[in-house]
Design a protein around this ligand. Structure first.
Ligand SMILES: [Fe+2]
Ligand SMILES: [Fe+2]
Length: 291
């Protein structure tokens, strides 16, 4: 089935969960930032942060037939990518929480369960940002080198939110399903830094409800949308995905720059373009495929 067919079938979604159930689970799994990462936690850089399926640094030990990154440099790149990975969540949560605030507003005087689910969703995203910001500060303090991350969350949020609400919900559902896939398929059983794994686990516990709420909101809008509106949303969704690809490329460039500083190496020789391209591809398509 093509994307248009998928979009048309959205108007017939048959979901076996509801807002009240999401609230119940959200209350059960709820956690506080201080429990997951107490203030002044020191980071341990003796182990990788991301699993190999997401960081994919193993293949960088040799490039163009020559030794390229040694074990310590590859572990550093893994940790730099881990910090950028958390920042990307915090980055997209900026537009997601602003969008969900609008969805919550639409339910004032409407369905109380939907309103509770949506307001909890917004509060949880704010909490996730607080957790990831705390981690980023600790990383900057303990890593010992400046670490560049994307800092245009607000501008990007405005651009994303200028699209149709269905397109915005589609990209949000995509991101939140990807979060779950990464945790269950790559992180859960990986031999990585326990704090980093715990952060991703706690994030995933709440994201599971978010994906369901996205689907419920999508169902609400798609069931009254015209086929033309659904097709427009599909096109916009693909356009936003392409824009995200560009952002991931920018982040990969920043990662390479940080690694150069941390290892006191330069990557501006013949190998640099291939290295950057490889690094961006593995960040953009970490597991079985983002898009
Ligand atoms: Fe989140
Ligand atoms: Fe979320």
């Amino acid at each position: 089935m093509g994307l248009t067919g998928v979009m048309l079938s959205l108007s017939m979604l048959n979901l076996n969960f509801d807002y009240a159930g999401c609230v119940k689970v959200s209350e059960r799994v709820n956690w506080r930032v201080d429990e997951v990462m107490p203030q002044d936690t020191r980071l341990d850089f003796t182990r990788p942060f991301l699993p190999e399926q997401l960081a994919r640094t193993r293949g960088l030990s040799v490039l163009a037939g020559e030794a390229f990154l040694n074990d310590i440099e590859r572990r550093s790149l893994n940790q730099i990518s881990g910090n950028a990975y958390l920042n990307l969540f915090s980055f997209v949560e900026e537009y997601i929480l602003a969008t969900m605030l609008k969805h919550a507003q639409a339910e004032v005087f409407g369905d109380p369960s939907a309103l509770r689910a949506l307001t909890r969703f917004v509060d949880e995203e704010l909490k996730h940002q607080a957790l990831f910001d705390r981690y980023k500060l600790a990383f900057q303090r303990d890593f010992g080198h400046p670490c560049g991350v994307l800092e245009t969350a607000q501008e990007v949020a405005e651009v994303i939110m200028s699209h149709s609400p269905i397109a915005v919900l589609l990209i949000t559902l995509h991101i939140e399903l990807m979060t779950q896939q990464h945790f269950t398929e790559c992180v859960k059983d990986a031999d990585v830094d326990p704090l980093f794994k715990s952060l991703l686990k706690h994030h995933w516990l709440e994201e599971a409800q978010h994906a369901r709420i996205d689907a419920l909101e999508l169902d609400k809008l798609a069931s009254v949308a015209t086929p033309a509106a659904l097709e427009l949303a599909a096109d916009e969704y693909l356009g936003i995905l392409e824009a995200f690809d560009g952002l991931l490329k920018q982040q990969a460039e920043l990662d390479v720059r940080t690694l150069a500083e941390a290892t006191k190496r330069t990557f501006n020789d013949q190998k640099a373009p291939r290295f950057r391209r490889r690094n961006w591809r593995t960040t953009a398509r970490p597991s079985s495929g983002m898009a």
